[in-house]
Design a protein around this ligand. Sequence first.
Ligand SMILES: Cc1cc2nc3c(=O)[nH]c(=O)nc-3n(C[C@H](O)[C@H](O)[C@H](O)COP(=O)(O)OP(=O)(O)OC[C@H]3O[C@@H](n4cnc5c(N)ncnc54)[C@H](O)[C@@H]3O)c2cc1C
Length: 381
Amino acid sequence: MSIMLSKEDQALYEKALNYGKNVLYPAGLDLEKSSELTRKMFLDMAKNGFCGLGIPKEMGGKGYNYLKSALIYEGLAYGDGMMSFIMQLHNNISMEIATFYEGISEEIKAIVPGLADGTKTTAFALTESVSGCDPSATSSYAELRDDGYHIFGKKDWIANGKDADYYNVMVKDGKDSKNMIMLLVDKGTQGLKFLENRERLIGNGISCGSLEFDNCIVPRDRLLSNNGFKEALIAIDVARVFTPAIAVGIAQRAIDITAEYLSSRVSFGNPIIKNQGVQWELADLSAKIEAARWLVYRTASVMDSGEPVASIAAKNKYFGTEVAMETTVKCAQLFGSEGFMKDSRISKLLYVAKMLQIVDGTTEIQKIVIGRDISRKFLKK
Ligand SMILES: Cc1cc2nc3c(=O)[nH]c(=O)nc-3n(C[C@H](O)[C@H](O)[C@H](O)COP(=O)(O)OP(=O)(O)OC[C@H]3O[C@@H](n4cnc5c(N)ncnc54)[C@H](O)[C@@H]3O)c2cc1C
């Protein structure tokens, strides 16, 4: 068994890395201010081959496996963590629509090429004000009537919520039901409203806020799955392969800009990086990033093999995002007062790391999954 990347995989990583360095990074600070620029950059990423990664070729996608996709997100994130994040979010939802749900209608299949080339975008609507970490507490519901599903309720914190063309929405199958279903809702459907755009620490070029469903009617053939809860958990496992890849990309960028800064910044007559204490800090963080990187590759490979992934995906999400958080906090310290600037490169990386610890299951939720997996094995005895 080889644990080296193939030449093809390495080449894909380098392609994404170069794009990240040469296109995303220079635009980085402006992206924050402009949703138009963010959209333009998204389309440019699509044009350069970073959209539709997991969608089969015959459906208009790239047909990449999880490992290839993870390598691409890591490379893109080295240029801009938020652009990598929004692309992987869209790619995940698109791949799931294209390949995960059995018996989807021809009409739904027909939207896949537009998702694969990025001309149409998606959002994933699971979270509610009453159900963040605990999706089983979902209160939104749909009623099946003669003319289709009537959806009622409110979703919260939906990334790309204002701009998506299609929403993958999890609701209860009836007001008093415990079962959840997954529905595809088109932008502009009557009864669907984007309520507010929340200003966040980072990623404000991407909309994020609440969606209201007030008797929003979608045809029966927009049902993606009758088993919405299970499908939502599977979708989250997919994200737990990729968000740590983004975490590794931003952590590596943090190390590199810090080392560069400390090589030119002089204190007591010497470049600060010459201090052994500083080098040891960078060494410590670099070793952890390398470990996180290979955990991402391992998790992606397990996903590709079809083996159960929940536990290793939780470890991956927990460890990769923790390493990114620790790295960016410590690197911000090494920048001194420059690291305290709201719009500095290092503080922006720190904000992305914090976001990655919250989305797709918080750090605490990952520990719950890992801890349960350990205890289950021994409690059986
Ligand atoms: C930028 C951003 C984008 C997002 N995009 C989307 C999106 O596109 N679609 C979507 O559906 N959601 C999205 N979310 C929502 C995100 O998934 C939730 O915020 C996340 O699941 C946490 O939920 P919460 O904020 O309600 O935390 P809460 O559930 O209120 O938890 C609060 C704190 O308590 C901890 N906690 C909770 N339960 C336990 C426990 N049993 N044991 C120990 N600790 C616990 C949590 O880890 C957390 O630290 C997004 C969030 C952000 C910040």
